[in-house]
Design a binder for this molecule. Structure first.
Ligand SMILES: [Zn+2]
Length: 201
């Protein structure tokens, strides 16, 4: 991945940090789920038939997830190693941007919403509106939703996302939206204070 980022900001330390407080105090929470084949003679469980790994990078200073960072596994000298890499189309906007808060609606087909009541409702409406961006990258607050006569669902939300300009913020919302998007207001907020390295915890 080296050299794929612009030179001015392409050093590793520019992206290997929390996008909110710029702390480099990060950890990975790895959730692993696997299915192993059982040998009928020896009882040995070997050869994963299926494996699923979900890695979430978190900042230990502000405790936020880091959706601009991903864990990649590869072989190095016959050894399996893992390393954090930047998500190319996301990190620069998030690390150098500021928070923007949009009041908006996304109109989606009713069958895109898994459930619109109960404890899962907010997540499921946020996912229907913005996919993974809605549940993993943005801070999405679903205020309410409305069922239209034609079966469509209008999801009313307050969304916080990081971007370098108002135009970029609208573009990101537009490309993440899984239905028709209407932005009623968009305002820039101030960045949370940066954590300074060496500061005692
Ligand atoms: Zn942080």
């Amino acid at each position: 991945m080296e050299g794929s980022a612009p030179d001015s900001v392409g050093t590793q330390s520019s992206w290997l940090r929390c996008y909110r407080c710029w702390s480099q105090n990060l950890e990975v929470q790895l959730h692993y789920e696997g299915i192993l084949k059982v040998d009928p003679d020896t009882g040995e469980a070997v050869d994963p038939v299926e494996e699923v790994q979900e890695a979430v990078v978190q900042c230990l200073d502000c405790l936020h997830d880091q959706p601009h960072l991903a864990l990649t596994f590869y072989e190095e000298n016959g050894r399996r190693v893992s390393r954090i890499e930047a998500v190319e189309d996301r990190w620069e906007r998030m690390v150098t941007g500021t928070p923007w808060v949009a009041s908006c609606t996304v109109t989606v087909d009713g069958d895109q919403v898994e459930t619109c009541s109960g404890p899962e409702a907010a997540d499921s409406l946020a996912f229907a509106a913005f996919g993974d961006h809605g549940t993993r990258e943005f801070f999405t607050h679903v205020r309410f939703h409305k069922h239209e006569d034609d079966g469509a669902i209008v999801v009313h939300m307050l969304v916080e996302l990081y971007a370098r300009s108002a135009e970029e913020a609208s573009e990101v919302l537009e490309s993440a939206a899984r239905g028709s998007l209407a932005i009623t207001s968009l305002a820039e907020e101030s960045r949370p204070p940066a954590s300074s390295p060496g500061e005692p915890h």
